[in-house]
Design a protein around this ligand. Structure first.
Ligand SMILES: Cc1ncc(COP(=O)(O)O)c(C=O)c1O
Length: 379
């Protein structure tokens, strides 16, 4: 009854943890949730106001499937500010970031094709590739979470269509250096691949400089950049993101959009225009708050003897604790014995074995209590 494709895809490892937390809280247990994948802040008031106005002004109908023009212009402006690369609004397709990735893979992949993905990596890349009938080739990253360019080059063959990068990374927080990003782009060009760069945490970098794939790519390389308002503007529930690519790539992705979601919610797009064009002080404050908690978590985990790639961005640490072999079993123990939720590293692919992902997108006090409890379980 069910397709082989759907059978090849697991449920999302992060969503199952959120469900477990919800169940425990519903039966009255106190849970410190360090598994969260979203900022602990409310969407800026001005963004909510812009959306409310749009709703009252009648933005409740169908709209243009590529996304409203003012938002595509705002995204082009944002792209140029963050990445130093001017683009045309025709190079923008508005859709939730997660869907943008799926659209990109559907444009690129046929049955049996392959995509190079660093491992560990965000939980949905490999399932999305499988849903397209293709194979994820998950290549382990080095200790510091840098993309393993040489190993990827060795794994590239005639079936390989694309390479995926995600900087800063979910789950490691690693920020790719300019050299690594340039080397990935060069490898992609040499092997005739498309470079899909997931940059949804690009504005949340605390150390070093964010390098976008688009900044360092050779001119003839197709780079599909994916970004959105979810993480930097505390707008995860709005479901507004985008991809930018060549106009011809965008036209192909548009076919997927037209035959699936049509376009993302119209009034939410008006809010996103305000997010990108209004006062950016919110993003600065969010970043400063995360940088502070990151320092705390790094110090505490180091004192516990944990090992992890240095998290320069996003809001995660991907840690291996002394004596822990099985990340899933450890995550269960933490939830059962200490009421602390973390995500098992195995959810992020073969490179995640033995690890757990901790999110520091919670207030300082909750974070400290969660770390105290983890320390108690370890001793
Ligand atoms: C690395 C990465 N890419 C993409 C997404 C999807 O973003 P959105 O929720 O804006 O669709 C997430 C969300 O957790 C993510 O962590």
């Amino acid at each position: 009854m069910f397709s082989e494709r759907i059978a090849s895809v697991p449920v999302s490892g992060t969503v199952s943890i959120s469900d477990a937390v919800r169940q425990r809280r519903a039966r009255g247990d106190e849970v410190i949730d360090l598994s969260v994948g979203e900022p602990d802040a409310a969407t800026p008031d001005a963004v909510v106001a812009a959306c409310e106005k749009a709703l009252r002004d009648g933005a409740t109908t169908y709209g243009p499937s590529q996304g409203i023009r003012p938002l595509r212009e705002a995204i082009a402006g944002d792209h140029e500010r963050l990445r130093g690369q001017p683009i045309d609004p025709d190079q923008v397709l508005v859709t939730p970031a997660k869907h943008a990735l799926l659209e990109a893979f559907l444009v690129l992949l046929d049955d049996g094709d392959e995509v190079l993905i660093p491992s560990p990596a965000w939980v949905s890349y490999a399932p999305q590739v499988r849903l397209c009938g293709a194979q994820p080739v998950q290549v382990p990253v080095g200790d510091e979470g840098q993309v393993p360019v040489d190993e990827m080059r060795e794994r590239a063959n005639e079936d390989t269509q694309a390479v995926l990068v995600n900087s800063p990374s979910n789950p490691t927080g690693a920020v790719q250096t300019r050299e690594t990003m340039a080397a990935v782009a060069e490898m992609a060009a040499e092997e005739d691949l498309t470079l899909v760069s997931d940059e949804v945490y690009g504005k949340l970098v605390y150390e070093g400089t964010f390098t976008s794939a688009a900044e360092v790519a050779p001119e003839d390389l197709e780079v599909v950049t994916v970004d959105g308002v979810s993480k930097a503007y505390a707008m995860t529930g709005w479901r507004i993101g985008w991809l930018t690519a060549s106009p011809s790539f965008v036209q192909e992705a548009l076919k997927v959009q037209q035959h699936s979601v049509t376009h993302p919610t119209l009034f939410a797009q008006h809010g996103a225009v305000e997010a990108l064009q209004g006062d950016q002080g919110f993003v600065d404050r969010l970043r400063e708050g995360f940088a502070d908690r990151r320092d705390l978590v790094v110090d505490r985990l180091e004192a516990m003897g944990a090992q992890f790639p240095h998290p320069g961005g996003a809001f995660y640490v991907f840690a291996r604790f002394p004596g822990v072999e099985d990340g899933g079993a450890f995550a269960h123990d933490l939830l059962d014995e200490a009421g602390v939720a973390v995500v098992p590293g195995e959810a992020f692919g073969p490179g995640g074995e033995g690890h757990v992902r901790l999110s520091y997108a919670v207030d300082r006090d909750t974070l400290e209590r969660g770390l105290d409890r983890i320390e108690e379980v370890l001793t």
